[in-house]
Design a binder for this molecule. Structure first.
Ligand code: HEM
Length: 503
């Protein structure tokens, strides 16, 4: 993982010190915010942060990011923060190296869990879990903590869709101990990543590992128990775990072993729940801030769902919320909840910046910077504007300039799941409630491996049937002239399954 780029140097923040390097220029509780600030200040396509012996190289321009997304020349690499998660998630899909046998095997075996048919079977689970969230809100007084409740919802939905298992998320305010244990492991993974190369770091890493061991044991035991219980039952492919336990590779007949299945379950829970809850929370933040955007969103849900606030969109209706899809896309532009990914070359290569990159060198594509590159997004890149994703505005945009789902064969396998869930949630929530944020709230972001708004609250007021535009025709998704969902992310890797293909 040592990343010295053969001694080449890059732009870096001023005030570098011997030994610690640029460490002082990074706020340890908000490393992403620090990097995005450096990217803006330095204004370079590529820059570095040296922390002790470790060089972190970041790609901040859309053009260079596009170069690194070329699958012929580059592959995914695991930066230290992701590599540290292997302690926890082993060779699960997200933390596997592309050359590992288990990555290809799991990729081939688990894709069927994300086809349109599979997605259709998750729809009732998504609807039912959301009903429980609404019931939970109705028991609460006062404003809701958006990230907390979206996290409850997305974890619960995933646990049910993947494991047919209930985490009792709506029984109290505190999250399930499993979530607390997972978050502790994610946080310690990040700390381990920074400490590994620090003087005396090995000792600190050992101490952190010792402290988090009990959390890891708890999570492992819980999952092993779930797997063993299911193995004792007749085989069924009704959920992700069922597919993992029964699927055989069509050519080799190979199956995933139980340890790998545990790693995969953990991977899906970790990779899938907070990313989606963050995306929903940022979307709700921007909706609550802009009365015009909110009015358009309300108009769309009212047009499609009519005056009864209990109406549930059908599976087929979800892709018709085209304005909501643009809201989601724009929220993920400004705050991609998986904010970066690592890339390295297959062979030694020279970048367009003139830097030579060898197979052992890596760089992190810093998505919030790439998604604000004025060369692509204009001088008002900070402004939230869902209509950037109208087809006429997306046409001709630099390929790979919008990458919240990652890139190439290692891009997000759960993308359709997340989009289906997020749009369903936004549609039903906005159809049922007026949302009001605190006008004094300033966006603050909690940073782990993923990002979510911190301390963001919303007051929900039930909408009455009368207030749901009674005079608008139902099923009028084109009322604002917006585009089908398939056109909203023109540069993402082509997929023949799920939401996009359906639209
Ligand atoms: C808004 C929600 C989500 C976002 C923004 C997101 C983003 C990403 C990104 C950027 C990557 C690539 C990471 C890299 O190259 O290192 C990725 C990979 C992955 N995501 Fe997601 N994700 C989301 C939801 C989900 C969901 C719901 C699931 C599971 C149901 C999921 C499962 C995965 C897995 C397993 C991988 C690794 C795929 C592989 O390497 O083969 N994600 N995701």
């Amino acid at each position: 993982m040592q990343n010295d780029w053969g001694g080449q140097s890059f732009a870096h923040p001023s005030g570098r010190l011997p030994i610690v390097g640029d460490g002082r220029s990074v706020d340890p509780s908000r490393p992403l915010k620090s990097m995005v600030g450096h990217a803006e200040k330095l204004g370079e396509p590529i820059f570095e942060i040296q922390v002790f012996d470790q060089k972190f190289v970041f790609v901040a321009s859309a053009e260079l990011a596009a170069e690194l997304c070329d699958e012929q020349r580059f592959v995914k690499v695991l930066p230290p923060a992701v590599d540290a998660l292997r302690d926890f998630a082993g060779d699960g899909l997200f933390t596997a190296h592309s050359h590992e046998h288990n990555w290809r095997l799991a990729h081939d075996l688990l894709r069927p869990a994300f086809t349109r048919t599979a997605m259709q079977s998750y729809h009732p689970v998504m609807v039912e879990t959301l009903d429980e969230l609404f019931a939970y809100w109705e028991r609460l007084d006062g404003p809701i903590d958006v990230s907390r409740d979206m996290t409850k919802l997305t974890l619960e939905t995933l646990a049910r869709a993947a494991l047919s298992r209930d985490f009792a998320s709506f029984e109290g305010v505190d999250p399930h101990p499993f979530v607390a244990a997972m978050i502790l492991a994610l946080k310690s993974g990040q700390r381990i990543a920074t400490l590994r190369t620090a003087p005396g770091g090995r000792l600190a890493v050992r101490r952190i590992r010792k402290r988090t061991q009990s959390s890891q044991d708890y999570v492992d035991e819980l999952l092993d128990d779930i797997i063993a219980t299911r193995r004792a039952q007749p085989p069924s492919e009704h959920d992700l775990l069922g597919i993992m336990l029964t699927a055989r590779h069509p050519e080799t007949g190979e199956q995933l072993d139980d340890t790998n299945i545990r790693h995969q379950i953990l991977t899906f829970l970790v990779a899938g729940h907070e990313t989606t809850s963050g995306a929903l929370s940022f979307a709700l933040y921007y909706l609550s801030r802009d009365p015009e955007v909110l009015a358009k969103a309300h108009a769309e849900v009212d047009a499609l769902l009519g005056p009864d606030r209990d109406t549930v969109p059908t599976f087929e209706q979800v892709p018709q919320f085209r304005y909501l899809r643009r809201v989601l896309d724009e929220a993920l532009r400004l705050w991609p909840t998986a904010p970066g990914f690592g890339r390295g070359p297959r062979e030694t290569t020279t970048l367009s910046t003139g830097h030579v990159m060898r197979p052992q060198d890596w760089a992190i594509v810093l998505l919030p910077a790439v998604h604000r590159d004025p060369a692509v997004w204009g001088d008002d890149a900070e402004r939230f504007d869902p209509d950037r994703f109208l087809p006429e505005n997306s046409r001709g945009r630099l390929p790979h300039s919008y990458k919240p789902w990652g890139t190439g064969e290692r891009s997000c396998i759960g993308r359709q799941f997340a989009q289906q869930e997020a749009i369903l949630v936004l549609a039903r929530l906005l159809h049922r409630y007026e949302i009001t944020g605190d006008p004094d709230y300033e966006l603050d972001i909690a940073e782990r491996l993923t990002i979510v708004p911190k301390g963001f609250e919303l007051r929900l007021t039930p909408r009455t049937p009368q207030r749901v535009a009674p005079d608008r025709p139902h099923g009028d998704p084109e009322s604002d002239g917006s585009e089908p969902p398939s056109a909203t992310c023109p540069h993402a890797s082509a997929r023949a399954d799920g939401l996009d293909a359906r639209a």
